[in-house]
Design a protein around this ligand. Structure first.
Ligand code: SAM
Length: 337
């Protein structure tokens, strides 16, 4: 079995330990920053890896030293059998730390089951605490479902991180509300800078609300103490404890203060394409390998290892892009965030 000592590294010496696996490109929300009315085409069922094939990908990734797998999408719970898939991963790879990123609109009754399966952490995307704004941003009136799911997740003992895309003119006036949420509840609220992703989704620099400005405004609202999270070593977020609160505030700044130097991630899309960098459209198709006799685990692991060697430094792609152009062609829901 691979131990951390054998983690594979790229040509910049970055070791990978974390796989983001997209189980579907479909989603039940229509978030303005992720969805475009033009060119929205979804993968055919036959193009999507079966859960069995995804397990093979995880097995190969483990051979590289991956110890953490995050299921994402699209919306993972839109795909039938997602919970059984979590159970299958936990059953076959009990040492793998399985996490999920979800919009939490389909989570009724799920958190307790996740906890039973040994899942410890869940990321819930929630950009606003206002029901009308929620509907405006996501196209759906599901705010109450998400709020209930947060409470259910906490009650089930899951560590909850709320991820909010930071958008000027949309949720920048809601900082006091988010800080209050993190004061009252033992969870992390993390703002993520809005990234210029592709797929015809509009991106407007004037809508960006930079992390440093959020921090400056937050420091006026709460006493914040920077915190290192031992369990989240090399994570992308700068975390701050709220001294008189139960939770924390975090800032993820891929644009203004990148964390590419410590990037430890690989991504596999629902159709089995390996992406070694969120911002790079260079993809390696694993599907023919997992579907053919070539798909033995050693071969798959060798392909992953070779691809890893040319893992780019994403910020260079970000800087090199034409002004106003997206940094990658795929929309975020087809990558998995
Ligand atoms: N459906 C799941 C969810 O809502 O969490 C998982 C997929 S979603 C693509 C993953 C994350 O990407 C979400 O937190 C979403 O807010 C974020 N995201 C999507 N587009 C983004 C963008 N252009 N910039 C920053 N974050 C983005």
């Amino acid at each position: 079995m691979t131990t951390n000592a054998h983690r594979a590294a790229d040509s910049h010496g970055r070791e990978v330990s974390y796989l983001r696996l997209s189980v579907t490109d479909r989603c039940n929300l229509r978030c303005a920053y992720c969805w475009s009315c033009q060119n929205m085409r979804f993968l055919q069922h036959s193009d999507i890896l079966s859960y069995e094939e995804m397990l093979e990908c995880i097995a190969a990734a483990r051979d590289l030293g991956i110890s953490k797998v995050r299921l994402t999408g699209g919306e993972p719970f839109v795909r039938r059998g997602c919970l059984d898939f979590v159970a299958a991963i936990r059953g076959r790879f009990p040492d793998v730390d399985v996490r999920l990123t979800t919009n939490a609109t389909l989570l009724e009754g799920v958190p307790a089951r996740l906890a039973e399966l040994g899942v410890r952490r869940i990321n819930i995307s929630l950009d606003t605490l206002d029901r009308a704004t929620f509907e405006r941003v996501t196209g759906r009136d599901f705010f109450d479902r998400v709020r209930t799911a947060i409470d259910e997740s906490l009650a089930a003992g899951l560590r909850v991180k709320i991820n909010a895309v930071a958008m000027r003119g949309i949720n920048d006036h809601e900082l006091p509300g988010f800080i209050d949420l993190a004061r009252r509840l033992p969870l992390d609220v993390r703002f993520i800078e809005h990234m210029p992703m592709g797929g015809g989704v509009p991106w407007d620099p004037s809508r960006c609300w930079p992390a440093d400005e959020i921090l400056e405004e937050a420091a006026k609202l709460a006493d914040l103490v920077p915190e290192e999270d031992a369990n989240e070593a090399r994570g992308p977020a700068r975390m701050y404890r709220i001294t008189d609160g139960a939770g924390r505030l975090g800032l993820i700044s891929p644009l203004s203060n990148h964390f590419c130097n410590t990037c430890n991630r690989l991504r596999i899309t629902a159709d089995g394409r390996l992406r070694t960098c969120l911002f790079s459209d260079k993809e390696y198709s694993l599907r023919p390998l997992v579907r053919s006799r070539l798909g033995d685990r050693d071969h798959l692991a060798r392909v992953l290892r070779r691809a890893l060697l040319s893992k780019p430094v994403g910020v260079e792609l970000l800087k090199a892009r034409r002004q106003g152009a997206p940094v990658a062609e795929r929309r975020m829901s087809a990558i998995g965030g």
